[in-house]
Design a protein around this ligand. Structure first.
Ligand code: FEO
Length: 405
């Protein structure tokens, strides 16, 4: 049973949704599924842009067959070789053995490493700025290394302004019948999933995403882009400036909002209480754009996502085995792995007989770039004792002054 949608008069979405996958890349929880997008262009030649994860392979093939309606498939453009998009290549080769593959030289190497049976004469390698005409439509190819793998490229239809943007501008969440971002309440319903996708999958590669955005501006011209067709999530045909602005913030590690994210590690509830007391004191001072998270019960992908959103972070942690509580340590390691920078941070430590977590968290934060660690901090000798409250007031004063300035 096929299920495709029209993007333009001669371009069709032939992807599929996956609601069964629990963990994207076997790490990141999915509660609303994910889509694997691919597109077919019906010109004098027929062109498929990317394939799909094998989990949705049957649906994907039926969609292509329905759109082709008996025509042969002449070309397969491979923008990205990661298996969530490339796994169905072999099925395409089996069904349309005469198809020509257009991709980057690095992708050819990776395709062989993944074991795809591709003959040299079947491949047209394209480099930065190369173009290919398929009839009415001329496609330009632009390399996009490390967005999010080294072989990645994007393809721009110079005829109608469609940018096949690979992982860029992608999002978690299944499309479920809709396709275009303007068919959703994107800001209300989707933005958090788009940010969580970007920050956890591509977040490390901000400089490379900036390079791609600069190329899009200088080579293609942002005004010439009329459609963004990513490999996951909705297609953009309206208000492209909205999502491009989000990408500029994320790629440059600039926060979207002034606000405070308080992440606590608490074994028996005392550090949790301290985090709540701090949040109350911030509210007393007029800082209400705050979020409170238990690091033990919040998947780190959500913490990373909100960290890219908010300007300020408070880490409140018990001392555990004379070190940092392991889930908090994992969060700090993920911040480093994803190149997080440019945040103002305050620390609260707890340790009844050996409070060490504050100094150790500071050491980890000092490995990140452009972090402003507030000198004011709070050490809790046991539970929230009366003598610690003045420290908490001073900390709230310092955070509020920084947020409200
Ligand atoms: Fe959705 Fe890097 O693949």
């Amino acid at each position: 049973m096929y299920n495709f949608r029209k993007v333009t008069d001669d371009l069709f979405w032939v992807g599929a949704n996956d609601h069964r996958l629990a963990l994207f890349e076997n790490i990141h929880p999915l509660y609303h599924g994910v889509s694997y997008n691919a597109y077919v262009l019906l010109d004098e030649k027929t062109v498929l842009f990317d394939t799909a994860d094998w989990a949705v392979g049957r649906q994907f093939i039926e969609n292509i067959q329905a759109v082709l309606a008996g025509r042969p498939l002449d070309y397969l453009v491979i923008n990205h070789v990661e298996p969530d998009h490339a796994a169905s290549i072999e099925e395409i080769l089996l069904r349309w053995p005469k198809v020509k593959i257009i991709t980057s030289p690095k992708a050819v190497i990776l395709l062989h490493q993944f074991g795809f049976p591709i003959e040299a004469e079947q491949v047209e390698e394209v480099r930065e700025g190369d173009t290919k005409c398929f009839g009415k439509h001329t496609i330009a190819f632009v390399s996009a290394p490390m967005v999010h793998w080294p072989e990645a490229m994007v393809s721009f239809d110079t005829t109608n302004g469609v940018l096949f943007s690979a992982d860029a501008f992608g999002s978690f969440r299944a499309l479920d019948g809709k396709l275009f971002a303007d068919e959703f309440d994107f800001d209300g319903e989707w933005l958090d999933d788009a940010r969580r996708y970007y920050t956890n999958i591509v977040g490390k590669y901000g400089p490379q995403v900036q390079a791609l955005l600069n190329k899009a501006a200088n080579i293609v011209g942002l005004d010439n882009i009329k459609y963004l067709c990513p490999l996951h999530g909705p297609v953009w045909r309206k208000d492209l400036g909205y999502i491009i602005d989000k990408y500029v913030h994320w790629a440059t590690y600039e926060p979207e909002e002034k606000g405070v994210m308080i992440v606590y590690a608490s074994m028996y509830g005392n550090t949790e209480t301290a985090a709540e007391v701090l949040a109350s004191k911030l509210a007393d001072r007029g800082v209400t754009n705050t979020r409170l998270y238990d690091v033990s019960s919040t998947h780190v992908s959500y913490l990373i996502s909100d960290l890219f959103k908010y300007s300020h972070l408070v880490l409140a942690s018990v001392t555990y085995n004379l070190g940092i509580f392991p889930p908090m340590h994992n969060f700090l390691a993920d911040m480093k792995a994803l190149n997080l920078q440019k945040r103002t941070v305050a620390l609260v430590e707890n340790g009844s007989w050996a409070p060490r977590s504050g100094a150790l968290m500071r050491e980890e934060l000092e490995k990140l770039k452009h972090m402003d660690i507030l000198d004011d901090g709070v050490t809790m000798a046991s539970s929230l004792q009366e003598q610690n409250l003045p420290d908490m007031d001073a900390l709230a004063d310092a955070i509020a002054a920084s947020v409200l300035k």
